[in-house]
Design a binder for this molecule. Structure first.
Ligand SMILES: Cc1cc2nc3c(=O)[nH]c(=O)nc-3n(C[C@H](O)[C@H](O)[C@H](O)COP(=O)(O)OP(=O)(O)OC[C@H]3O[C@@H](n4cnc5c(N)ncnc54)[C@H](O)[C@@H]3O)c2cc1C
Length: 411
């Protein structure tokens, strides 16, 4: 298999596509996103079998490469291992409905809604469940409070918000873009290449992300609960308490639920490969990024969100939302970030060994610049270091990483 990442097809074949959809936004004449049930959402050629798309679409692809600006990482705490950080907060939405519906404290939603109701933005680009097929997702530019609130909550099935950056580009004023770390990195790269888009991006909000499981992973979980996925009318992965339960309702009104730990324990095994070699699980390219404050163990209570301020634009948006009472909260010491996501340090350290193994084995390797990993690698114990090599070798074989991710016939 070719490992030169010289086209979008090559990135997909090398199992490195994140599914963000930026390439389809930049080349809507050539590519459209499609959910491949066992894989993820992938850009497929609109006409013919091979599109060979490169240019801006490839240059903006976060699956192929991620790079911080030198200036953004200057004086970054933790040696830049958690990206640019200006401050850390713990917050929650003051609207009890938003806080209840949100995955953590409803802060991503409350910040999006506040930007719109305060006039700072005309809409928020958000992912939400498709009303006709609730295991799948769609992206909308929501312009009203009720619409923005209806999109609260994590969707663990594949989603491609960048595919609809055209809505932001065509909007009459600045917009909020909400997405996973890869979505936000892609939004920034696309904006660097499209001034028309750049001028419409008012604020980016990244949600922390450990990786996207396939649609088939969710469908199998639904079947395990004794329900045919075709009968599902509504499906929530979290929320209604923190961290909340995986819950579904069928068209005939039957309900099922599963604890967060059990559902994520099952879904996580079927994350796409690119997520397992991702250095950015905390939205390092966003203005603000939001995750779970796992440093505290108060499950079952009203949720709270950890908020990382990464840019001055993000700080201004957060302080405005606090001042206007859309969210409440307080500043935390920075050490609460690694304390909240302890496994991410190990994951990022292991990445150093994983990437070397991929390169030596001739599998596809993304390029990461100014996303340091080596110091974290050195902190790993011998067992962890060995397992980063051996585990990757095993996955190269089991996942078939030297073969295309899926066959042409499936496309
Ligand atoms: C696949 C996945 C993995 C995650 N892994 C972690 C993790 O390891 N650690 C952690 O702390 N948090 C993780 N989260 C994020 C976490 O679940 C919360 O979304 C985050 O803490 C924000 O909570 P909130 O209540 O402030 O957001 P909410 O107010 O609930 O708003 C969530 C926002 O995210 C958007 N959104 C939801 N799903 C997607 C998606 N798939 N793609 C793009 N946008 C989406 C919604 O449109 C909404 O605007 C993950 C989320 C996802 C989707």
């Amino acid at each position: 298999m070719r490992t030169r990442l010289d086209s979008i097809d090559a990135v997909v074949d090398a199992h490195l596509c994140t599914g963000c959809g930026a390439c389809a936004y930049l080349r809507p004449d050539a590519l459209a996103m499609k959910d491949i049930e066992n894989v993820g959402v992938r850009p497929l050629p609109i006409v013919g079998i091979t599109s060979g798309v490169a240019g801006d679409a490839l240059a903006a692809c976060p699956g192929r490469a991620l790079e911080h600006d030198q200036a953004a990482l200057e004086d970054a705490p933790f040696g830049g291992e958690w990206g640019p950080i200006l401050a850390l907060y713990e917050c929650w939405a003051t609207d009890p409905t938003v806080r209840h519906r949100g995955s953590s404290g409803g802060v991503a939603t409350a910040l999006s809604a506040h930007a719109v109701t305060s006039g700072a933005a005309v809409g928020a680009l958000q992912v939400q469940a498709r009303s006709d097929a609730p295991l799948l997702n769609e992206t909308r530019l929501n312009r009203h409070y009720a619409q923005i609130v209806a999109a609260a909550g994590s969707r663990y099935s594949p989603a491609s918000p960048c595919e609809r950056l055209d809505l932001v580009e065509a909007a009459e004023g600045p917009c909020v873009v909400v997405g996973k770390p890869c979505d936000i990195a892609a939004t920034r790269s696309a904006a660097n290449r499209r001034p028309e888009l750049a001028e419409k991006i008012g604020l980016t909000i990244g949600i922390f992300c450990a990786g996207t499981p396939s649609t088939a992973a969710t469908a199998d979980l639904v079947r395990d609960l004794g329900i045919d996925p075709a009968d599902v009318e509504r499906l929530d992965y979290r929320g209604e308490g923190w961290p909340g339960e995986f819950r579904l309702r069928t068209r005939s009104g039957e309900t099922r639920s599963l604890s967060y730990a059990e559902s994520w324990g099952s879904l996580t095994k079927r994350r796409q490969w690119r997520c397992m070699i991702c250095p950015d699980h905390t939205g390092e390219f966003a203005d603000l990024s939001v995750g779970d404050p796992w440093y505290r163990r108060t499950e079952g209570q009203d949720g709270r969100s950890l908020v990382v301020v990464r840019t001055e634009r993000g700080r201004a948006a957060l302080l405005a939302a606090l001042a206007d009472g859309a969210i409440a909260g307080y500043e935390l010491s920075l050490d609460k970030l690694p304390a909240s996501q302890p496994s991410l340090e190990t994951t990022r350290g292991s990445l150093w060994g994983r990437l070397i193994t991929l390169r030596l084995a001739g599998a596809g390797v993304p390029t990461y610049r100014r996303l340091p990993t080596f110091r974290l690698w050195r902190k790993l114990d011998v067992r962890q270091k060995l397992s980063s090599f051996a585990g990757t070798m095993r996955r190269i074989k089991v996942r078939g990483l030297r073969r295309p991710e899926f066959s042409r016939e499936e496309r």
